[in-house]
Design a protein around this ligand. Structure first.
Ligand code: PHE
Length: 447
């Protein structure tokens, strides 16, 4: 049971923490390159549909579960087992989420580490061909395992340090500084990019749908991305929900978080693509490297470019940090409760596991670049397994639990939804629309 020292102070802390978890590399780095690879506007439409029809009910459900449990996802599920008489197998949902969180953290930290490194690596002022320089620099960076290990380790240490300091003083306090600064800078940069780059081409690329590119694998990755970007399906939002103030309005809170997250993803596209289209060396379908190759170019040549570029990558790293803490929080809270050990101790063990696992993804760039599992690199495999399979599966079971297993009256009362029409829409989304869509996408992708 949470005591009062573990309740966020004020309504905004939960919103900022959940938005901090949601807004991260998934928005700034992943969304633009996925849209770029998978048919621009067509991908964006499917992604937005998943956000509204699946993300919204699942996020509400996760917060509701966490708020009722007031504990780590594993213990929250145990509470439902003992108080509501549901099958004890549901506890597996908590475990499954904690595992997914560590798996995601393992490779998340590799990319966040690259962002950290980029704080110190702007394009030199005397470079003759900045976009070529940028492409070469990233290639060189990837080929050095030791350099990557250094940054991967540093990022994980920072994450563990914040989580060790606690939910309110560590996570809550850090997020209140990070988030407003991040929003301010993103807006500034999008204005800069639209004035200096090819904004027209970027907009038509991002929003003109090309449905010929839509295959079942594009649909499954759009759905996976919707889960990933909203931090759903693995208990991060459930764990944060444990600290939400009793009276906070869930619908307003969730709508705001989803709006902020989607806004940042789209704006990230509006920052990156105008620069890509203005530089022939860069291609919109470059994949994961897109971000690290284009952004340094954006800063090249502007007044105080070293400073602006450093500031931007500090912010990307901070956005990643406010997400990574939520990836490790569910398992930390569980270990703290289960073994009665300090958070510092718990997070050290968990961080080490994520670090080791992360080496597999890190070496996919260099030492084991040719190694393949189901014709994917180790990194792509981890990404696919967690985002396209584990998160949607977690989300499916969360929707089933809230929509079908728990009694309707109980959910309705706890959710404090008064408007009948809205309740009908909400419960039907949770009961039918979200599970059926997730199921259909799985069936489609597998057969
Ligand atoms: N939502 C985060 C991002 O977009 C990643 C994340 C996924 C965080 C799952 C927590 C849980 O970067």
């Amino acid at each position: 049971m949470a005591n009062n020292s573990k309740i966020w102070k004020g309504n905004w802390t939960f919103i900022l923490a959940a938005a901090g978890s949601a807004v991260g590399l998934g928005n700034i780095w992943k969304f633009p390159y996925m849209a770029g690879e998978n048919g621009g506007g067509a991908f964006v439409i499917i992604y937005l549909a998943c956000i509204v029809l699946i993300g919204f009910p699942v996020m509400m459900s996760e917060i509701f579960l966490g708020k009722y449990g007031r504990s780590s996802p594993v213990y929250t599920m145990k509470k439902f087992v003992s108080l509501k008489g549901i099958s004890s197998y549901w506890v597996l949902l908590g475990w499954f989420g904690a595992l997914a969180g560590l798996m995601i953290l393992s490779y998340y930290s590799v990319f966040a580490g690259i962002s950290l490194a980029y704080i110190f690596s702007p394009i030199p002022a005397d470079s003759l061909n900045p976009s070529q320089y940028s492409v070469d620099f990233f290639a060189q960076f990837q080929s050095s395992p030791m350099r990557m290990i250094f940054w991967h380790s540093l990022f994980l240490i920072l994450t563990c340090f914040i989580v060790a300091k606690g939910v309110v003083d560590g996570i809550g306090a850090t997020i209140k500084i990070i988030m407003p600064t991040l929003f301010f800078l993103i807006i500034l940069l999008s204005i800069y990019s639209s004035f200096t780059g090819e904004i027209g081409k970027a907009i038509s690329f991002l929003f003109m749908p090309d449905f010929s590119k839509i295959t079942s694998s594009v649909i499954i990755s759009a759905m996976g991305q919707a889960f990933f970007t909203l931090s759903l399906g693995m208990g991060a939002i459930m764990a944060y929900g444990a600290y939400i103030p009793e009276e906070q309005n869930l619908t307003k809170t969730v709508s705001l978080i989803i709006f902020l997250d989607t806004f940042v993803a789209i704006i990230a596209g509006v920052i990156i693509f105008p620069i890509v289209f203005a530089n022939p060396e860069l291609t919109p379908t470059a994949g994961p490297s897109l971000f690290f190759e284009t952004l340094p170019v954006a800063f090249y040549g502007i007044p105080f470019s070293f400073f602006a570029s450093a500031l931007f990558f500090i912010l990307v790293s901070l956005a990643a940090l406010s997400s990574s803490v939520s990836l490790i929080e569910p398992s930390t809270a569980w270990m703290e409760d289960r073994f009665k050990i300090s958070r510092t101790y718990a997070v050290t063990i968990l961080g080490s596991i994520a670090w080791l696992l992360g080496l597999g993804s890190l070496f996919s760039f260099n030492l084991i670049a040719d190694f393949q599992i189901f014709s994917m690199s180790f990194l792509d495999f981890m990404d696919f397994l967690t985002n396209s399979i584990m998160l949607p599966l977690g989300g499916l079971f969360i929707a089933l639990l809230v929509g079908w297993i728990l009694s309707e009256n109980f959910v309705k009362e706890e959710m404090k939804i008064k408007n009948e029409l809205y309740w009908k829409i909400w419960i039907n989304l949770t009961r039918y629309v979200a599970p059926i869509l997730i199921g259909l996408v799985f069936i489609f992708a597998l057969f």
